[in-house]
Write a protein that binds this ligand. Structure first.
Ligand SMILES: Cc1ncc(COP(=O)(O)O)c(C=O)c1O
Length: 512
């Protein structure tokens, strides 16, 4: 295959192409698409166009990586994805060939998923499913990477660790331990600790307008597990799933790992574009959405779109997965209640998390599912990890029942609003002409829009080199294109660190 790259200052092109190569597939160093995606697109394009015929042998990942001067993981990720989607057959490491008949559905529904470097594939003979999981892992791991308490400005999606109610939490923890440590060591309820399920129900009914009883609530280890369980219970391999584009890559990764086919759907001012979704894949089984505060654009899904989504689910026997991940943090206007509560019997799987209000390391979240699905979801939860930890569940139940939770949310709303204002003010002072950062009525991050034509991936890399860790909007895109932007998380940062982060960002953005 003569996969060639345009001349790049960083990675000079090698001259000897590996044997049996595809002609003239060009990787563009100026492209903002990740390299693994470019390799994937290049090979897939050659297959679809017939330049690479069924049965042709592909070069080894090592040879192709050497030829392109790329890391082998980059090529491994691309191959793993092509294998998982049926374009290739064989096993990585022992001969990879163009499949005899790439499934037509795959060719029509252009995959949204990014192939990703898969370090653990090295030399191994993974199953197709294993390759799928490993290939989906990188965006997931990036999205869920451990984040230090400070020192890195603008991490996205992390709460104010400096304002964690440590004293109250510690008190409740030792009280629980003292009173009932034996029960805590033995209890193991897959559906979740009953008093916690009652407390979550009270909160969701009053604060989010969710229709539920404690029997329909399942405690899970975060929204991430919620989506994996939903995929397991509701989807068959290959089933199309609407996902927001741009959207939360960790959800997409979970769907890919479960064998589903994400179908990216554009998001506009009203949220997911339901009409386009229906046009792209009428037969979708699930729609994964963030209606309260779309991640990452921050729009709230309009009432009309909510109705359209519920109508689609009803008429097609599909399901809506409502990821209500940060609805607590709205600073202006009244929040729209959850989609789940809009009409009785709505075909909605509702998920929420304590990662944003308290800490992502607690690994506690919840699902609300219709009564008829409870047993299946609880079975899936039990098989995944038996149950969420008893001590943390019990402490959280006390924390909610005794009013600490509501108080903490109120305090964080005030704090985050202040931190957001500090970021906007610092950006106005320091970043004019480099990036546009405006206020937002909700959430924990702002979008900083770069001048038209400036690639956000490169800007994010420069920022990272200056100790500023922000996500490029293009990283969260599947098919959509548009102006580059950086996501700037502000919730975790004290105001002086916001100013320092903005100064570093300024220095990074001034480099061309
Ligand atoms: C859109 C979205 N959904 C869900 C989550 C939360 O995931 P978890 O509850 O698994 O920590 C996040 C966290 O970053 C998110 O951004």
């Amino acid at each position: 295959m003569s996969l060639t790259r345009k001349t790049s200052a960083k990675r000079p092109r090698r001259t000897s192409p590996p044997a049996g190569a595809v002609a003239a597939v060009v990787l563009d160093p100026a492209s903002s698409a990740p390299l693994h995606r470019q390799v994937y697109e290049a090979v897939r394009g050659a297959i679809v166009a017939g330049r690479l015929r069924s049965g042709s042998k592909l070069p080894s990942t090592r040879a192709l990586a050497a030829h392109l001067s790329l890391s082998r993981n980059t090529v491994l990720g691309a191959y793993a994805q092509l294998l998982s989607e049926g374009y290739l057959r064989g096993r990585i490491g022992s001969g990879t060939y163009v499949a005899d008949a790439p499934p037509e559905r795959v060719l029509l529904a252009r995959p949204s998923s990014e192939p990703q470097p898969a370090p653990s594939l090295d030399g191994a003979s993974l199953s197709r499913r294993g390759a799928l999981v490993a290939g989906a892992a990188s965006p997931f791991l990036r999205a869920t990477a451990p984040r230090g308490p400070s020192g890195w400005a603008f991490q996205v999606g992390v709460p104010a660790f400096d304002a964690f109610p440590a004293a109250a939490w510690g008190r409740l923890m030792s009280r629980r331990w003292d009173r009932s440590w034996q029960a805590l060591l033995t209890r193991c309820e897959p559906q979740g600790y009953a008093p916690l399920r009652r407390a979550i129900t009270d909160y969701l009914v009053t604060a989010r307008g969710v229709r539920c009883t404690p029997d329909e609530v399942i405690v899970v280890s975060g929204a991430q597990q919620a989506i994996s369980l939903a995929a397991e219970v509701l989807l068959d391999p290959g089933d199309p799933v609407w996902v927001e584009d741009p959207g939360y890559t960790a959800a997409r990764s979970a769907l890919i790992a479960a064998g589903a086919t994400p179908v990216p759907v554009p998001v506009d001012r009203e949220g997911l574009d339901v009409a386009t979704a229906v046009r792209r894949s009428r037969s979708a089984r699930l729609a994964v959405v963030t209606p309260a505060h779309q991640f990452p654009l921050g729009v709230t899904m309009s009432l009309e779109r909510r109705r359209a989504l519920l109508d689609w689910a009803r008429s097609s026997s599909g399901w809506v997965f409502e990821d209500d991940y940060d609805s607590e943090f709205r600073y202006a206007g009244r929040p729209l209640a959850a989609l789940q509560g809009l009409s009785p019997g709505a075909r909605v799987i509702y998920a929420g998390t304590f990662s944003k209000v308290l800490s992502p390391s607690l690994r506690l979240g919840y699902l609300v599912v219709p009564e008829g699905l409870v047993d299946a979801f609880v079975a899936a939860k039990a098989l995944a990890d038996v149950s969420s930890p008893s001590l943390e569940q019990a402490v959280l139940a006390d924390f909610m029942i005794e009013g600490h939770f509501a108080r903490h949310v109120r305090r964080m709303r005030v704090l985050y609003e202040r931190r957001q204002a500090a970021l906007v003010a610092a950006a106005e002072r320091e970043l004019s002409g480099l990036i546009e950062v405006g206020p937002a009525p909700a959430g924990m991050h702002l979008l900083g829009w770069l001048p038209t034509g400036r690639a956000d991936g490169a800007a994010a890399e420069r920022a990272a080199a200056s100790g500023v860790r922000c996500v490029a909007l293009s990283e969260l895109r599947a098919r959509s294109a548009g102006r580059g932007a950086l996501l700037l998380g502000y919730a975790a940062l004290p105001e002086d660190e916001i100013s320092e982060g903005v100064r570093r960002l300024k220095a990074a953005l001034r480099q061309r």
